[in-house]
Design a protein. Sequence first.
Length: 169
Amino acid sequence: MRFRLDVDGERRDIEVEATGRGFVIRIEGATYRARARPGADVVDVRIGAERYRLRIHGNQVILDDEVHRLRIADISEDKGVAVEGRAVGEGAVVDVRSSMPGRVVRVAVAAGTRVHRGQTLVILEAMKMQNEIPAPGDGVVRQVAVAEGETITADRVVASIELGGPSAS
């Protein structure tokens, strides 16, 4: 899974790959091997010989005793936003799905809204983090399928977008 993460206002490009024994994490060219052990409200993370205690609270991450502001700016690949639709060219209507269950915190668009690739459609709270579900491409929102405050399942359609679209050029 690849994603862009804003940590304390600084953008980081991150790639995470699950392995049989943990994770391989690539952050702007550097590679780390990590293992995580979730607890009740804390995750113990081991990277090499270093150990960290990680707590997530809303859009804040507490790493050991340091508080950092966190925002997911973009998610891609199969574990991120799932886009369904046979045709992928201009005029194709694609369904944008949530990759995880959670509560809809904010719906940022309405039917008829012109959107650009990466623009936030919905903000979903999952695992005490707010995750932005972005538009997969430039187009026009044809339908918003969720409402603020609603709890949704993984793979739920949150919006349908006509790629390209008459108003998107």
